[in-house]
Structures are given as C-alpha cells and as structure tokens.
Design a protein. Structure first.
Length: 115
C-alpha cells in the first residue's frame, strides 16, 4: 500500500469545518499545528501589535488513492479558490511506519467504496 501526506493550511477559525471535511473524505487521523501566516506584503502592526493571521496546519497520512479525493473535497467545501481561503497539497511518502492494522483496513474500505 502506498501513502501520501495531505497538508491543509486554513485560517484558525476554519479549523473545525476542515477537520470534519477531512474525516468525511477518508482521513482517519489528523495532526493540527497552530501558527501565524505572513503574506507577501510587509508585516502590519497596530499600536505595536502584530496583525498576522492565526492559521492551522492540518496534516494527515492517507492511502495514496484517497489523497486526491480529500483534496477535491477540501477545495470545494473550503472554497480554496477564493483569496485567503487556504492552501492544500499532498506529498508522496516513500516509507511509513506506525500505521496500525485497523487504520490500514479503514483505508482499504474507503478505497473500495470509492471504486
């Protein structure tokens, strides 16, 4: 079985809907990392306080065939084509350890259901 890492970067306030979409599309586990987003323009401040956008990076490892389905669902439901909507991409993984048999079986069922 081949795997991909799916990465989704969204505004922090969109984190919960993004988790729901990822799970509905077949992700069985999600890691969430909090951060600040900087754009191409200079950093803005107001009275010395930074105005960077708070963002959430969601990472999930999925069976390769599920990655495209997840990206399509995220693009449509999170409206990633709109400015400031977020960013999603996948990366192929050469080697993966730590995925349990139950998770592998879940991936197999998801892939079979999508055929």
């Amino acid at each position: 079985m081949k795997f991909s890492a799916v990465v989704l970067i969204v505004p922090e306030e969109d984190e919960n809907p993004a988790v729901r979409i990822l799970k509905e599309a077949g992700a069985t586990g999600i890691t969430i990392i909090k951060g600040k987003g900087l754009r191409q323009h200079d950093r803005k401040t107001f009275l010395g306080l930074g105005l960077e956008r708070r963002e959430s990076l969601l990472l999930c490892v999925v069976e390769k065939q599920l990655a495209m389905r997840i990206l399509k669902a995220v693009k449509i439901e999170m409206k990633l084509d709109l400015p400031g909507g977020g960013l999603a991409f996948s990366l192929p993984l050469g080697s993966v350890v730590g995925i349990g048999m139950a998770q592998l079986e879940s991936f197999r069922r998801e892939v079979a259901d999508s055929l």
